[in-house]
Design a binder for this molecule. Structure first.
Ligand SMILES: [Cu+2]
Length: 94
């Protein structure tokens, strides 16, 4: 009989962060290792999602474009938009 232990950990999810009106929504997102985080830019100009720790950096995400990060390491990752440094968010990887 096959054990189901660990199966739920193997199912990666994709989470969406919408960038709109100079905000990351949701501003704080908790995911699990292996999940994907996709930033979608709904503004009319470019933004970035750049971890303070440099763990990830989208570079410029053009309007209507997206960028995906695979969360491989646990931790708390505050990030900002390097083009508009008051735009901040946090991804927590469990
Ligand atoms: Cu920006």
């Amino acid at each position: 009989m096959t054990s189901l232990a660990g199966v739920s950990n193997a199912v990666a999810k994709t989470y969406l962060i919408v960038i709109e009106q100079m905000r990351f929504n949701p501003p704080v997102l908790t995911v699990h290792r292996g999940d994907r985080v996709m930033w979608v830019n709904k503004d009319l100009f470019s933004h970035t999602a750049s971890a303070m720790s440099k763990a990830f950096d989208s570079r410029e995400i053009a309007p209507n474009a997206s960028w995906t990060y695979v969360a491989r390491e646990t931790g708390s990752y505050p990030y900002l938009c390097t083009l508009h440094v008051t735009m901040r968010g946090t991804v927590i990887v469990q």
